[in-house]
Design a protein around this ligand. Structure first.
Ligand SMILES: *Cc1c(COP(=O)(O)O)cnc(C)c1O
Length: 390
């Protein structure tokens, strides 16, 4: 598909798997099979055993590789399976630099699992290139980024980190879940491995758990393939199909949701009950300029801070459209409360240092009508006494 130079928007719909070569079906076949008959004694076909590959999974893997501008893609049973498998490239004695506001599951993997295998880590503020540089050690093998990060949308300068990594012989990993290739293509900026929780925007309908990885370098692709096959946390064929179906509407979902996110961010910003809004599309967001230089949109996730836990409770009890849940990136708006959801395990002091106060809410904007969403928040926020009035 890439030889035609179609835009990503078109590629999402018209990929090599848009019709089935055998029947003409305008949908990827879900090929249930654990093993494949070899018609020749001497030479085996493209597939042998399903952990190693299936036609349905290949369709998804080649699709994500093309969308990210890579040579090779990999589908896993969850985002954490993709991330954990990528960490298996490390060996005992290695060190990894990780963004301090990394996803909670990645935090757990790095601090509670990798440490048992003698793989060390340092958490750094990745909005500060100097701090990253200062913390690189002789045994640092990976710099792990997430940008914009969760839940305060901190922005990392991808090109600067890639430069630093190359000077120091490290690989760079980037969790691109919040942006997707529709808004940000890290491999084009020199990142070695791009990782996704495809559970979120890529599949987009809160109905499947999945993870993806993509690489440009072919040798690295072979290494990662070996680890995918060795560890075995692969994505089943039904779920591959769900992700492929979700991908077709990625651009339209994300464009619409991003437009509404900007509008809601501006709405919250002027609301007297709201103390602070975090959204990379707001010009006063720290990192807005860097974000703009390395991506084509601000995305559909924003966070905003109310004065107290009581105010948050009131808002959550009074809104009717968003679901109140963990997760993000779906057609329905999702409101979540980091203090007791994604960051519950983090001590209060650590949390607050990162801006994750008891008043902070994260909103993943869906594809509902923007007026309806604003009206819903308007009536719910009316219940909360404005900050200035106290
Ligand atoms: C959800 C999420 C993950 C983990 O993905 P799962 O599919 O839940 O395993 C990783 N990174 C980010 C940024 C996420 O939002």
């Amino acid at each position: 598909m890439s030889n035609h130079n179609w835009t990503l928007e078109t590629q999402l719909v018209h990929n090599p798997f848009k019709t089935d070569g055998a029947t003409g079906a305008v949908s990827v076949p879900i090929q249930h099979a654990s093993t494949f008959h070899q018609s020749s004694f001497e030479e085996f076909g493209a597939f042998d055993y399903s952990r190693s590959g299936t036609p349905t999974r290949t369709a998804l893997e080649e699709t994500i590789a093309a969308l990210e501008g890579g040579t090779r893609g990999f589908a896993f049973s969850s985002g954490m399976a993709a991330i954990s498998t990528a960490f298996l490239l490390l060996s005992q004695g290695d060190h990894v630099l990780v963004t301090e506001d990394v996803y909670g599951g990645t935090f757990r993997m790095v601090t509670e699992v990798l440490t048992r295998f003698g793989i060390e880590h340092t958490f750094v503020d990745m909005t500060d290139v100097n701090e990253i540089a200062r913390n690189i050690q002789p045994n640092t093998k990976v710099i792990y980024m997430e940008t914009p990060s969760n839940p305060t949308l901190g922005v990392t300068d991808i090109k600067e980190v890639v430069k630093l990594a190359k000077e120091n012989g490290c690989l760079t990993y980037l969790d691109n879940t919040f942006m997707t290739p529709a808004l940000q293509r890290p491999l084009d900026l020199g990142v070695d491995i791009v990782l996704h929780s495809a559970t979120k925007f890529l599949s987009g309908h809160s109905d499947v758990l999945s993870g993806l990885a993509a690489v440009k370098d072919e040798a690295l692709g072979r290494e990662l393939y070996k680890l995918q096959n060795a560890f075995g946390a692969v994505l089943g064929v039904q779920d591959c199909w769900l992700v492929l179906r979700g991908l077709k509407t990625l651009q339209v979902r994300l464009e619409k949701a991003s437009q509404t996110a900007l509008r809601l961010a501006e709405y919250f910003q002027q609301h007297p009950a709201v103390i602070r809004v975090y959204y990379p599309g707001l010009s006063d967001h720290a990192g807005a300029a860097i974000h703009k230089s390395q991506s084509s949109g601000a995305g559909a996730v924003l966070s905003f801070e109310l004065e107290s836990k009581e105010a948050v409770k009131k808002l959550v009890e009074n809104v009717s459209l968003p679901v109140f849940a963990v997760s993000l990136g779906a057609v329905e708006s999702i409101l979540s409360y980091p203090a007791t959801m994604s960051h519950a395990a983090m001590p209060k002091e650590e949390r607050e240092k990162r801006g994750i106060t008891d008043g902070l809410l994260r909103l993943s904007v869906g594809v509902e009508n923007a007026d309806d969403l604003e009206r819903d928040f308007e009536q719910a926020l009316k219940e909360i006494v404005p900050v200035a009035a106290r």
